[in-house]
Design a protein around this ligand. Structure first.
Ligand code: EPU
Length: 297
């Protein structure tokens, strides 16, 4: 396959994704694009499309399990899509901005829901695509509109309607999100924001291994009944270890990288946990994190 020169730059930039994911595992993509603006995003998408190259979008890399080995795809990383514009009634943020920073600023800015999201890592684009959040608030609570580039290379701007975003889901999963607009609530006070932030942070610190390398919760909660964490704990799988991957002793739905784990360690542990929960409870746990397969998307 003869590819245009832009691919040579993208091939030279490619590096192991272990260094760009919170779990700290994963191989190297064939091509890595790092657009600085929307026009460069359009260009990269059109290039991939014209040359039949599969495309993957990398936000903060926090809800992602990348397999070891070569990833036969082009990765578009959004971390250079910056920008932060504060208006009276809204805030416009580039997809590459860090979500924890937006959460901190939301206390003063009065963005509904976001002060209840401390301890959630990742980029603004990533948290929008998966509607990240928890018991104290979620991205959907304050989201007004999302900008991006679709797979045909067309720019889009979508206003959020009620019901567009659900439990860890949005219409933007897998899409190239370039920016998001959040609502400011004029009735909000920084005191209220700070109190919510503190309460959520205290709870988070006591229940989740925040400083460990992980991809957050590995498995979806199976719907009604016990949570994935409860099922794993009562199947006595906390602390189970394969290589340098371990089921967290703090929250059983986290797999932590103790240092130098490979994706195969993590995947072997995932399979052991699924088998243990199946045996003890007859429940099939499904992965909540996205997996990028080696050899293909
Ligand atoms: N529990 C256990 N053992 C454990 C972990 C939890 O018994 O090892 C129990 C808890 O005591 C609680 C119940 O399970 O009674 C639910 O646990 P928790 O409140 O921690 O919530 P979760 O359902 O395990 C979900 C999200 C988290 C989010 C928290 C808080 C999913 C898969 N997980 O966890 O999201 O932070 O609620 O709102 O929906 C993530 O998506 O990466 C993530 C961490």
């Amino acid at each position: 396959m003869v590819l245009p020169h832009a691919f040579a730059d993208a091939a030279a930039r490619a590096e192991r994704l272990a260094g760009r994911t919170s779990l700290g595992v994963g191989g190297t993509p064939r091509w890595l694009f790092e657009p600085e603006d929307e026009a460069a995003c359009v260009e990269a998408v059109l290039l991939c499309r014209a040359n039949d190259v599969p495309l993957l979008v990398l936000g903060g890399g926090c809800n992602l399990l990348v397999e070891d080995g070569a990833i036969e795809a082009a990765v578009i990383a959004t971390r250079r899509l910056r920008g932060f514009a504060i208006h009276e009634d809204r805030v416009e943020v580039g997809a590459g901005q860090g979500f924890p920073d937006l959460v901190r600023r939301s206390i003063e800015l009065g963005i509904p829901g976001l002060p209840g999201c401390p301890g959630i890592p990742g980029s603004v684009g990533g948290v929008v695509a998966m509607n990240a959040g928890g018991r104290f608030g979620c991205v959907a609570d304050g989201l007004l509109a999302v900008r991006g580039v679709d797979r045909a290379g067309e720019r889009f701007q979508r206003t959020i309607e009620p019901g567009d975003l659900g439990y860890r889901s949005s219409p933007f999963r897998g899409q190239l999100v370039t920016g998001a607009t959040f609502r400011r609530d004029p009735a909000w006070t920084p005191e209220r924001g700070a109190a919510l932030f503190r309460e959520a942070m205290d709870w988070k610190r006591s229940s989740q291994p925040l400083s460990a390398r992980s991809a957050g919760c590995m498995f979806k909660n199976p719907g009604s009944g016990a949570s994935a964490g409860q099922l794993i704990e009562t199947a006595e799988l906390k602390g189970l270890r394969i290589g340098a991957a371990m089921v967290s002793t703090q929250h059983a739905n986290f797999i932590v990288n103790l240092g130098g784990a490979s994706a195969s360690d993590v995947q072997a542990l995932v399979a052991r946990v699924q088998a243990g929960v199946r045996r003890h409870h007859g429940v099939e746990l499904e992965l909540e994190v996205e997996t990028w397969r080696a050899g293909g998307a």
